[in-house]
Design a protein around this ligand. Structure first.
Ligand SMILES: [Zn+2]
Length: 154
């Protein structure tokens, strides 16, 4: 089975994986710094791919809609899963959550995969009001904090 694989799987894996071929993005290779994890990757059948801009934009749009705390690399990896129609293998809960929102298949590696959908709401760190942009509409502060909120509609 081909799967899109997160860097953490190689970092925490011990050479035994639930896939026959790994699809990764260039950023995953950069994240894998330790010699041990690199050796594990090299012994795996893997292919490096870059997702199209269209799919990256689609993922980023959803990520910003829900204020997802996922990184740029996470979002690209998810875009590759979307593009290739393969499951993404990751234990990153925020990444799994974003996959849920995009209806992309995903699996946990060491932990059970999440089945709860969350969004994050932004609050002003100065006056405490809810914020929708990148700064507080009330006091202008850009010091924002995020609060995880469970989706009740699904
Ligand atoms: Zn404020």
């Amino acid at each position: 089975m081909e799967k899109v694989v997160d860097a953490n799987v190689f970092i925490h894996g011990k050479g035994s994986y639930p896939f026959t071929k790994a699809l990764v993005i260039p950023e995953v290779l950069e994240e894998i710094q330790s010699q041990n994890a690199r050796n594990l990757l090299i012994n795996t059948d893997y292919q490096v791919k870059t997702p199209s801009e269209k799919n990256v934009d689609k993922v980023k749009e959803k990520a910003s809609e829900i204020n997802s705390p996922t990184s740029e690399a996470d979002e690209k990896l998810l875009a590759l899963a979307l593009e290739t129609d393969k499951n993404i293998l990751t234990d990153d809960k925020a990444l799994q959550n974003l996959a849920l929102h995009l209806e992309t298949g995903f699996e946990g590696f060491l932990d059970k995969a999440t089945d709860q959908k969350f969004v994050w709401e932004k609050y002003c760190g100065n006056c405490g009001r809810k914020v929708s942009g990148s700064k507080c509409g009330s006091c202008g502060s850009t010091h924002l904090s995020k609060k995880q909120v469970r989706c009740s509609s699904e």
